[in-house]
Write a protein that binds this ligand. Structure first.
Ligand SMILES: CC(C)(COP(=O)(O)OP(=O)(O)OC[C@H]1O[C@@H](n2cnc3c(N)ncnc32)[C@H](O)[C@@H]1OP(=O)(O)O)[C@@H](O)C(=O)NCCC(=O)NCCS
Length: 117
């Protein structure tokens, strides 16, 4: 049964602005594992990766119905990829949602689906 859906789109220029303004932004949005993945990327890929993770986490918070806040922080949510690159959403360490992420030159967007069996 589908229990939640969430969709989010962000302007990459906005994420770049926030990231340039404060080094805390990236540390707030990405988990330690995601930061390690970010560090391995080429310069060009870094900002779209950060924007995509931001969109995925906001989309997840909508699917959950809480928004980002005390019940659901950016650090509670982690996107992990399988060997082929397919992402999955984890909340507090447990696999919980289906996610799809996309980016273009100007935007990153993500869709999340929550379901129970
Ligand atoms: C829920 C949240 C993700 C919405 O994102 P947003 O960028 O403000 O707005 P969006 O345009 O993407 O989405 C707005 C829609 O989200 C939906 N929405 C709002 N609260 C929601 C909730 N609790 N659950 C599900 N959907 C929600 C609404 O449908 C809203 O549209 P509407 O008001 O026209 O009905 C946002 O409130 C939030 O928690 N943001 C995190 C803020 C933050 O920490 N930002 C870091 C910047 S440094």
């Amino acid at each position: 049964m589908i229990t939640g859906i969430g969709l989010d789109i962000v302007e990459i220029s906005r994420i770049r602005r926030l990231d340039t303004k404060s080094p805390k932004f990236r540390a707030r949005v990405l988990t330690i594992n995601e930061q390690a993945e970010y560090d391995r990327l080429t310069e060009g890929r870094k900002i779209e990766f950060l924007a995509g993770r931001f969109a995925a986490k906001e989309a997840f918070s909508k699917a959950k119905g809480t928004g980002i806040g005390s019940e659901c922080s950016f650090q509670d949510i982690e996107v992990r990829k399988d060997a082929k690159g397919k992402p999955t959403i984890y909340f507090c360490g447990a696999e919980i949602g289906l996610v799809s992420i996309t980016h273009s030159k100007e935007f990153a967007a993500a869709q999340v689906l929550l379901q129970t069996i």
